[in-house]
Design a protein around this ligand. Structure first.
Ligand code: ATP
Ligand code: MG
Length: 622
């Protein structure tokens, strides 16, 4: 099992028989951002909750460690964004001063003189100056806010694409055992939905948080400079605010995790419903499936509403607390104006700054909740990214094999409780054609999977040309094989593109020859576009036998030392069977070939036959 994977694959069934919805469970993340072993049975639920919730900030740090590097070459754009943000902050701070100037230096009979550079101006000029400033300041704020937003959106888009690519690449590097447990829909939610949220955590969230802290710090400094008593008064509700924010953040973290899991489940189900549309229609299961989907989507929706409620509640608490603070400033400030300790203009500035002080706080409360949301999504991505990939480059490069295959006491188990292979011992001489036979579930495909190192044996050793195969670098080792999987795996695209997948640099004539060998040409020429015919997603526009032949042509194109063909003759008509069997014989010449086949063994004229029963080798003939 992959480190960090849970043996419990989460399943959800809602009402009646229907597609099973799996979602990938790769274990919760520790505060260091690494997967943490599952909690012991006896551990209290409360402990679990606290541990998980306390990790929001740690996850944010882990997210920054994982994804922050994508910002490093965006420095010029980031600098432009930071400069624009700085100018917005300065303009915000200048906002209340024109009003003070007019109230204190023009409107009051014994007004305070205007500051230095404005000292020589008449009242009329001061009024015009203040009016112009009141127009210019919002203009500056609006313009630079626009610049900052556009710049940061540009960076954000780039970062999102890069993270998406990283996750996508990593998913492909994870071993097959991970993909057996994971649900495609859930992985898609991670790649698309979660990545968008993570952009907030490593980027937009921090930038706006820093901007708001800057505004907060400068405003506070100015307030204390104007009047130390009045400057400290607005700080009174802040501890309460911090407390309320902390609570909302923790709750949000849990709820969003739940929401994303549900959404992943719903996406998985939708994916299955669409892929199995034949079955749904044939069994008249449209309504039943739609109900199943609605139930799952609804549970995600509930968690979504819960998240919105937490955010709204946090907003309400912030409004109440900052309202109290503003009231206190007005109360104390008015008394200080009446006792002559403060001018009216200064009170106006203090009130305005108090409001300006609370504005970033209110936004920070919102940001905090948003960051908690993003942290939950980041956690889901880091879970996947922290899983060890297949070690493709470790080991010696595989030479061109002669192709002697030896299994020594090979056992394999997919799950803890059951062995799929119970100790296989056999040798296939180099260059021979071996047929692997056995009933359904006897372990034939598993044997091929082990040989190709899609799976690792639980016990025992597999050797090729006398060398244990785990000593070879995986990349170069797999290059020596051509493989036809049991179910035809085709991509959307043309027939030619699907064949070329085995060797993208193959020439036109190589492709045509492979197509001829695998009896593809025969049916492709009946299409107007020939080999360039588009076959639809998974080759949906072709018949089963036609798909099979394309898989074979793909294997024929590969320059491989060893051919592994899982039921290559399945689904072919008698004529095609004979021809494909003939083609297998011809492409297997000089290569070791293992063919899984129930029937038509005589067409293949194998050198040896291995028979499996319930994971054991029953006998070898040849
Ligand atoms: N991904 C998996 N997870 C758990 N068990 C599996 C998995 N794949 C196969 N098995 C089990 O391993 C055993 C061998 O499966 P395998 O696919 O190798 O059989 P097979 O001989 O190829 O059968 P068939 O002729 O039906 O293709 C079966 O009992 C099957 O249930
Ligand atoms: Mg099989």
């Amino acid at each position: 099992m992959v480190a960090g994977e849970s043996p419990r694959t989460g399943t959800a069934r809602s009402g009646g028989a229907g597609p099973r919805v799996r979602s990938v469970h790769v274990g919760p993340i520790s505060s260091s951002g690494r997967p943490r072993p599952r909690g012991r049975q006896g551990r209290s639920r409360m402990n679990n909750v606290l541990e998980q919730t306390a990790s929001t900030l740690a996850t944010a740090r882990a997210a920054f460690r994982h994804f922050g590097r994508f910002l490093s070459d965006q420095k010029p754009l980031l600098a432009r964004g930071a400069l624009a943000t700085g100018l917005v902050t300065a303009a915000e701070l200048a906002r209340p001063w024109p009003l003070k100037l007019v109230v204190d230096s023009v409107l009051r009979s014994k007004g305070t003189p205007p500051p230095g550079p404005l000292a020589g101006l008449s009242s009329e000029q001061l009024i015009w100056f203040s009016g112009a400033a009141l127009v210019l300041i919002p203009l500056t704020i609006g313009f630079f806010t626009m610049v900052a937003q556009v710049t940061l959106a540009q960076v954000g888009r780039k970062v999102t694409t890069r993270i998406r690519r990283l996750v996508c690449e990593h998913l492909q590097l994870l071993p097959l055992s991970f993909h057996h447990r994971a649900a495609t829909g859930d992985l898609l939610v991670r790649i698309f939905g979660d990545v968008n949220m993570v952009r907030d955590i490593i980027f937009a969230g921090w930038i706006s948080l820093i901007q708001r802290l800057l505004i907060f710090g400068c405003t506070l400094g100015l307030l204390i400079w104007i009047d130390p008593v009045m400057g400290l008064l607005p700080l009174v509700p802040i501890p309460l605010l911090a407390f309320s924010m902390r609570r909302s953040t923790r709750r949000m973290h849990l709820v969003v995790r739940k929401q994303r899991k549900k959404e992943g489940g719903a996406a998985s189900l939708a994916n299955q419903l669409l892929r199995q549309i034949h079955l749904i229609k044939a069994y008249g299961a449209e309504e039943r499936s739609a109900r199943l989907f609605t139930n799952l989507a609804r549970s995600g929706e509930k968690a979504g509403v819960q998240a919105t409620r937490i955010a709204a509640k946090a907003g309400l608490q912030t409004e109440v607390l900052t309202g109290l603070g503003l009231g206190a400033v007005l109360l104390v400030g008015s008394h200080r104006v009446l006792s002559g300790d403060l001018t009216v203009g200064a009170l106006l500035v203090v009130l305005s700054y108090t409001r300006a002080l609370y504005k970033p706080l209110r936004k920070m409360a919102r940001d905090g909740v948003r960051l908690a949301k993003a942290a939950s999504c980041a956690e889901r991505l880091i879970e996947v990214l922290d899983l060890p990939p297949e070690k493709k480059l470790q080991g010696a490069p595989a030479p061109s094999f002669r192709g002697t295959i030896r299994f020594q006491g090979v056992r394999h188990r997919y799950t803890e409780d059951r062995l799929a292979l119970h100790g296989l011992d056999f040798e296939i001489p180099a260059g021979s054609l071996c047929v692997l036979q056995g009933a359904n579930g006897s372990g034939k495909s598993t044997t091929l999977g082990l040989l190709l190192r899609l799976l690792d044996p639980t016990e025992g050793e597999i050797l090729v040309d006398g060398t244990p195969i785990r000593q070879f670098a995986l990349d170069s080792y797999r290059e020596r094989f051509a493989y036809v999987p049991q179910s035809d795996l085709l991509f959307s695209g043309s027939i030619r593109e699907n064949i070329l997948f085995a060797r993208p640099d193959a020439t036109e004539s190589d492709v045509e020859e492979a197509a001829r060998e695998a009896c593809v040409t025969e049916f492709a020429t009946s299409f107007p576009e020939g080999l360039d015919t588009e076959i639809g997603e998974d080759g949906v526009r072709l018949s089963g036998g036609q798909r099979r032949r394309i898989s074979l042509a793909r294997a024929a194109l590969r320059h491989a030392s060893i051919l592994l063909l899982d039921e290559p003759l399945e689904g072919l008509d008698p004529k095609a069977r004979r021809e494909v069997a003939q083609a297998i014989r011809s492409i297997s010449r000089g290569r070791t070939t293992v063919v899984v086949s129930h029937t038509q063994v005589e067409d293949l004229a194998p050198d040896m036959i291995l028979e499996l029963r319930e994971g054991r080798l029953l006998g070898a003939a040849g």
